[in-house]
Ligand binder design. Structure first.
Ligand code: NOJ
Length: 476
């Protein structure tokens, strides 16, 4: 080739690139939080009482679980702008380009359905602007387990009106932030909300056998799925230039002992109940047969219509948020609809969030690719904690097990991406130690250690390891 031909070739290549290749969206690296777990300021700026304000302050829920009353009243003080600006600076130092956060419905519409609280709207407006100014893309979850207590007292998801109340709130949010927020999330982990948390909260009064109790929650879950679909439709009808998705906890199941047929069978059963129960209606427009059979037996009044299921499937989320911590390791005795599998952990050093098996993150991403039409996915939560290493010694927190967990999960996630899974981002739960629901402040899951008395932040070793991972994947 002559010099002239080479220049001509390069010129054509340049034209081709600019004309035909689409601008590649950068892979998003992030950290995640949720309003109730980090904001504190529980009576500030006209905030109404929320479900979790009520549960922690009035019911004293953590007394039953950790033997002490703890609340999110102060938490890690992230409602305070002086504080959160320092936290944004830490995120910049970490090198993330996205941040998953949630809005507190009880701040925005204190009584759930009535007047909108401008002060709270303004607060989130400024927070979103502060994030954007720092080059951090906000992923805004509208509902992360919490909602105004007035609505809980009216039955919450047991009340057929709940969908309308939520839709009204969602429309306020879209109108206010829809131009600048490019990623909204409707709901977080319906499985955990309806089966795990509901079960714990009602454990004292719940007289139903496990099967019946479990299945009695299905009406609520289905109502949330229908609401999810109508709110996705509402968002798309507004023709905003962003995306909306839902977050599911996915725990692919595996038998405790692969040689025992009871364990294998029970694992298959739990796998359907945990994962397919939500994935199938969303992506295939039907509930899995195995779950429907149990429903017929234990909750015969649950009969979602074909029309409703078709509607859910017609409003697919633009992306799926995957929260992955651990697989479900299942024993034969867990063949029931119950949550006993959560106690099974063969690891010798046990984490706060189940067995460490990063290959299952790869497996679930490939399963989404192969069985669910390869939806656009963001890992919206992944992380862990070990009581033994979350201690400050000489001003430092050495948490090699958390760092190793993150490293290995990222490797498996990127392996799936390389093999065609439509993975677009990865976020660690959490940036900061925070209020871990019924475990209060006893479980630390942050990359940044928080002194809950002084609010002092200290980045842990895992913070610096994650920083290196992000740096080494620039341009992904
Ligand atoms: C999932 C939930 O979304 C989050 O609120 C919780 O803190 C983490 N899991 C860790 O348990």
């Amino acid at each position: 080739m002559t010099m002239k031909q080479i220049i001509h070739f390069l010129f054509l290549l340049c034209i081709y690139e600019t004309t035909f290749s689409q601008k590649k969206e950068p892979f998003l690296w992030g950290v995640a939080t949720c309003a109730y777990q980090v904001e504190g300021a529980y009576q500030t700026d006209g905030k109404g009482e929320s479900k979790w304000d009520f549960l922690t302050n009035k019911v004293g829920i953590t007394q039953f679980t950790i033997g002490e009353k703890q609340t999110g009243n102060v938490s890690i003080n992230m409602y305070d702008r002086t504080q959160y600006l320092k936290d944004i600076a830490l995120m910049k130092e970490l090198g993330v380009n996205s941040y998953r956060m949630s809005l507190d419905w009880s701040r925005i519409i204190p009584d759930g359905t009535g007047a909108v609280n401008e002060v709270a709207l303004k607060h989130y407006d400024i927070l979103i602007d502060d994030l954007l100014a720092a080059g951090i893309e906000p992923f805004v979850t509208l509902y992360h387990f919490d909602f105004p207590n007035v609505l809980l007292q009216k039955g919450g998801w047991n009340n057929p009106e709940m969908g309308n109340w939520y839709s009204n709130y969602a429309s306020v949010v879209f109108k206010r932030y829809g131009q600048k927020v490019k990623h909204f999330i409707t709901f977080n982990e319906p499985y955990i909300e309806f089966f795990l948390v509901e079960n714990m909260l009602n454990a004292q009064s719940n007289k139903l056998p496990a099967n019946e109790y479990y299945m009695s929650r299905m009406q609520m879950a289905q109502r949330q799925m229908m609401t999810n679909a109508s709110v996705i439709k509402m968002y798309h009808d507004l023709k905003l230039k962003g995306e909306i998705g839902i977050v599911l906890n996915l725990n692919p199941a595996a038998p405790w002992d692969a040689k025992k047929s009871e364990d294998v069978k029970a694992a298959e059963f739990q796998d359907v109940l945990i994962n397919d129960l939500f994935l199938n209606p969303l992506y295939k427009g039907k509930y899995p047969k195995m779950a429907l059979d149990s429903l017929k037996k234990y909750n015969p009044s649950f009969q979602p219509s074909d029309k409703d299921l078709a509607f859910i499937a017609s409003q697919k989320p633009d992306f799926l948020g995957v929260n992955f911590y651990a697989p479900a390791i299942v024993k034969g005795e867990d063949s029931q609809m119950s949550l006993k599998w959560l106690d099974n952990n063969p690891d010798s050093v046990k984490s706060n969030v189940g067995p460490v098996k990063p290959e299952y993150l790869y497996k679930i991403l490939m399963r989404l690719k192969n069985e669910y039409g390869n939806p656009k996915v963001f890992i919206t939560e992944n992380g862990t904690g070990f009581v033994s290493e979350d201690v400050k010694i000489n001003g430092k927190i050495n948490d090699p097990m958390r760092a190793d967990y993150i490293k290995r999960h990222v490797e498996y996630a990127l392996k799936a991406k390389k093999e065609g899974a439509n993975l677009n981002g990865y976020m660690v739960w959490s940036g900061w130690d925070n209020f871990e629901w019924v475990s209060g402040y006893t479980k630390r899951l942050g990359l940044i250690y928080v002194d809950f008395k002084t609010q002092e932040r200290t980045p842990k070793q895992s913070f610096y390891e994650y920083q290196k991972i992000i740096k080494s994947h620039k341009g992904l």
